[in-house]
Design a protein around this ligand. Structure first.
Ligand SMILES: [Cu+2]
Length: 362
């Protein structure tokens, strides 16, 4: 059941950043001509142009949240019911608490425009996840047995899309995104855990530690950009909506929730070479539908009802555009921090995201 309680939180200790370098030769190259680097598929290319890009993303999560409020580890292990209670060896409440998670992603992008009206793009992702846990001793009480870390890494899902120009005037640009996320990421990752009874079995890891959705997921979106279209200094602005739909169950008998993402941004070009940006992002991630029978345990991440999230975030970005022999190269960064969020059930909370990127077009 989804809670309607929400408490806005400003956590200055957390941060998120995105840095990207990008190059677009053959056209005017100035820093503010693109959206903040955390936005994917924000621009189209002219016929025959190719662009390669690399992005690095680092995300940190720490501490847990029940719907809108922070919840302590001791409260989790003494009051939150274990949905698997009744199965052999399963205690009545949760007994393992994730305390911290880091996710790193290396994203290699390719764009190619077969015509002025259509730009094709694909992104290959390498994902690495680490989750630290505290295990409490036995079936009840607040005595700590120990800590353990689970790790997964590998190729994530691969989005491929067509960006179709709908309008390209002197004052604004608009394009649609139509694509699909290919299920190249694993949904069967395993690692050793520490159980409340002291065992260290290797088990299938809970949903947030898996690398992909396991399904072909349609992607649709719209991107609007205005201002900065005919000058290289001053203000620009834009907006993007992007949704990923989960329309089938994967081989493990579940589907991840649909994701809807809306960003609005403004940027200011201090010179043709440097721009800064401010972005507001709203993200809605739905519940997991179904359950993987191999994922079971007295831990919040093993319950598919603890996956929904609505989050409002603020992004601070900076972009550099090369000139002369560096024309066409861009370097950007963005730091994203949550302003408010609402989780379904108990989940780790996002502290910050940092993104770096390099792009080169020819
Ligand atoms: Cu591009």
């Amino acid at each position: 059941m989804r809670s309607l309680v929400s408490i806005p939180v400003i956590n200055l200790a957390i941060a998120s950043t995105v840095l990207v370098v990008e190059a677009d030769s053959g056209e005017v190259n100035y820093a503010g001509s693109h959206a903040p680097i955390g936005i994917m598929g924000d621009h189209v290319h002219e016929k025959g142009e190719v662009m390669v890009s690399y992005r690095y993303m680092n995300m940190n999560m720490q501490g847990s949240r029940l719907t809108g409020e922070a919840i302590s580890e001791n409260t989790i292990v003494t009051t939150i019911p274990n949905r698997f209670f009744g199965a052999p060896g399963q205690p009545p409440t949760l007994r393992i608490v994730p305390t911290e998670m880091t996710m790193e992603m290396h994203m290699f992008g390719l764009m190619y425009a077969p015509s002025d009206g259509v730009t094709l793009m694909a992104m290959l992702n390498h994902v690495e996840k680490n989750m630290t846990h505290t295990t409490y001793r036995g079936a009840r009480g607040t005595s700590i047995l120990g800590q353990f870390v689970t790790k997964t890494k590998g190729i994530g899902d691969t989005p491929v899309a067509a960006l179709v120009t709908l309008a390209n005037s002197d004052t604004y640009k608009l394009h649609a995104t139509i694509g699909v996320s290919l299920p190249t990421g694993s949904t069967t990752e395993e690692d050793a855990i520490l159980t409340p009874m002291g065992g260290t079995p290797k088990v299938r890891l809970p949903y947030p530690m898996q690398l992909g959705s396991g399904t072909f997921d349609p992607i649709v979106g719209l991107t609007y950009a205005g201002g900065l279209l005919s000058s290289d200094t001053g203000w620009g602005y834009g907006a993007q909506w992007r949704s990923v739909f989960r329309i089938e169950d994967n081989d493990e008998d579940y589907r991840l929730g649909n994701e809807h993402d809306l960003s609005v941004w403004i940027n200011y070009n201090w010179s043709p070479a440097i721009s800064t940006s401010l972005r507001l992002n709203y993200m809605d991630r739905g519940e997991i539908d179904g359950i993987d029978s191999k994922i079971m345990g007295p831990v919040q991440t093993a319950d598919p009802n603890n996956a929904g999230l609505q989050q409002l975030g603020l992004g601070l970005g900076i972009n550099f555009a090369g000139s002369g022999s560096w024309n066409g190269h861009r370097l950007s960064a963005e730091y994203l921090l949550p302003l408010s969020r609402k989780t379904s059930g108990v989940q780790l909370e996002t502290d910050a995201m940092l993104l770096f990127g390099y792009q080169y077009a020819f």
